[in-house]
Design a protein around this ligand. Structure first.
Ligand code: ADP
Ligand code: MG
Length: 544
């Protein structure tokens, strides 16, 4: 008997559980409890259930081939109905720790925020801190309710939905209303009271709306979550969201404005960044250029020093060339007095007592030595580099010094050298430089006459005279003269028609003349000769 009862019980249990399983699998109807005062998330309009969350739910139901029955009720009622299995799911519940003992939540599908609303002309409540002893309207069982409950000294008037809470504020039965900012805004708009009320802190708390099922009803939670995820991934979610929250002209405008501002901001930031970068780049560039310039400057200075050194070297070389020409020319000039001195010295032991010899030696030897001395002194003066020093120079003295060096050599070549020098001609120049110029001119003149290979008695003339405020120095030769091409190029450095020429004599001469404030003219006739004229201003100072 006992055994039978047990068997019966077992069979019954099996049957029941199979029925339960069958019922669970064949869920083709879903009873959804919802708070209908949460427009535009979920609400009733003319008996029709509407809202973003409703559309989400309908889509999931449709995709799972389920019929949905919507049952509007307060949060408290819906929790009770869920517990009593009168409904399967609650739509639009915030996550509350306290409720996790009784319900399971799906993933959140919508985020909003809690705001504190007061009358626009309210001057007392400026923030949460001013709520002390104030009367607040608030919906029971919500996140904001849980939140405000913990603030001491706040009195609240609880209502069953957002709209009733708001009405309490409209009727001045409370000082403020705390609720979902989005829902509140929608309600204010519906009532046409948007201007009369204002939010103090629109974002007191963020809230997330989820669905809730009885604890352990995993299959339903899974189905809902899969549905939500599916909608998110295939774009349905965004589509519905845009339908509900972006259709509003004002929202669109606001979004547009925000987008424009964002774009402008981005452009501004980019420009700002570019400006900074450009500025930095510019700075770097300037620094680099400055460095380059400094380096260039240094190298230019070095170059200038090097150039000056080269120039001096060239001048010195040209000078030593001229000098060797002079020395070659005057070798016998030195040898002659030396020979006569040597003769006297050799005769000395024998003719020591000869009075005539004594007399001749006494007059001739000092004279020859003097002459030698003068020659050597002139050469040394010319050869040694000297600092440029402009001073009044008497041309007679200077030209006589030069003539002393050249006369014999020129005469020995079979040429005549003549000079006509105004003894009062003085100019302010560097003595050594002018000497070098004139020596060069004389050497050129001799070269030109050599080249002519004439049988006639050729002549070099050196003149110095003054006319008006000027002093003229002329070196005239009867040499080959110049073609117009040669004349055109004579002052070019390194221009020469001579096999052993350097082409530097005249370019250096011109430079020196200019440095000393003078001018240079050349007249030349081919086959007839050349007249080189140097023109200087008269010197005013004392003559040397
Ligand atoms: P170089 O004497 O080394 O040739 P210069 O600068 O002194 O260099 O002279 C350049 C050239 O000018 C000479 O080669 C020569 O052709 C010409 N020249 C200079 N002076 C005379 C002159 N008095 N008569 C003819 N030609 C001259
Ligand atoms: Mg020359």
């Amino acid at each position: 008997m006992r055994y039978r009862v047990f068997l019966l019980q077992l069979v019954l249990l099996l049957v029941c559980s199979t029925v339960a399983v069958a019922e669970d699998q064949a869920t083709s109807e879903l009873r959804v409890a919802f708070d209908p005062y949460l427009a535009p998330i979920q609400y009733l309009e003319d008996g029709e259930v509407k809202g973003f969350a409703i559309d989400l739910m309908n889509t999931i139901a449709q995709r799972n081939d389920i019929t949905v029955i919507y049952l509007p009720m307060t949060i408290q009622e819906s929790l009770q109905a869920l517990k009593d299995h009168e409904v399967d799911i609650i739509l639009g519940l915030h996550f509350l720790d306290r409720q996790t003992v009784a319900v399971d939540y799906t993933d959140p599908y919508f985020t909003s925020s809690i705001g504190l609303l007061v009358k626009a002309d309210d001057e007392e409540i400026r923030g949460m801190n001013d709520l002390h002893r104030k009367m607040i309207a608030i919906q029971r069982g919500t996140l904001e309710y849980e939140f405000l409950r913990n603030i001491r000294g706040v009195r609240y008037n609880t209502v069953t939905n957002q709209e009733n809470g708001l009405k309490l504020l409209f009727q001045k039965r409370t000082d403020a209303f705390v609720g979902d900012a989005l829902v509140t805004e929608t309600l204010l708009e519906n009532y046409g009271l948007s201007d009369e009320y204002t939010f103090i802190g629109t974002h007191l708390l963020p809230i997330e709306y989820s669905m809730a099922v009885n604890l352990g009803n995993y299959s339903l939670v899974r189905m809902m979550n899969q549905g939500l995820r599916g909608m998110r991934s295939d774009g349905t979610y965004t589509e519905l969201y845009n339908q509900w929250f972006k259709d509003n002209d004002f929202t669109n405008l606001l979004i547009l404005v925000i987008e424009v501002i964002a774009v402008l901001l981005v452009i501004g930031l980019v420009l700002f960044g570019l400006a900074i970068r450009w500025n930095r780049k510019l700075k770097r560039e300037v620094e680099k250029k400055t460095k380059d310039l400094a380096a260039l400057n240094r190298s230019l200075k070095k170059q200038m020093v090097e150039e000056r050194r080269l120039r001096e070297q060239i001048i010195e070389q040209e000078k030593s060339r001229a000098l060797s020409r002079i020395v070659a020319g005057i070798a016998h000039e030195i040898r002659n007095p030396l020979t006569s001195i040597k003769t006297f010295v050799e005769l000395l032991p024998r003719k020591y007592n000869n009075e005539r010899f004594q007399k001749e030696m006494n007059t001739l030897v000092p004279k020859e030595i003097d002459r030698l001395n003068q020659l050597i002194e002139g050469l040394i003066n010319y050869a040694k580099p000297q600092k440029i020093n402009r001073e009044p120079v008497n041309l007679d003295t200077l030209l006589q010094e030069i003539l002393l060096l050249f006369t014999t050599a020129i005469n020995n070549k079979g040429y005549e050298i003549k000079s006509k020098i105004d003894p009062n001609c003085s100019i302010e120049v560097d003595r050594n430089q002018l000497k070098q110029v004139i020596i060069n001119l004389i050497i050129n003149a001799v070269d030109a006459m050599d080249e002519k290979q004439s049988q006639e008695l050729l002549q070099i003339t050196i003149n110095a005279y003054q006319k008006a405020e000027n002093v003229y120095i002329e070196v005239i030769d009867e040499g080959v003269g110049m073609t117009s091409e040669v004349l055109h190029n004579v002052f070019e450095p390194f221009y020469t028609t001579k096999a052993k020429g350097t082409g530097l004599g005249l370019s250096i001469a011109k430079q020196f003349v200019q440095e000393n404030g003078g001018r240079f003219t050349i007249e030349s006739e081919q086959g007839a000769g050349t007249i080189v004229t140097l023109i200087f201003e008269k010197a005013g100072g004392t003559y040397k």
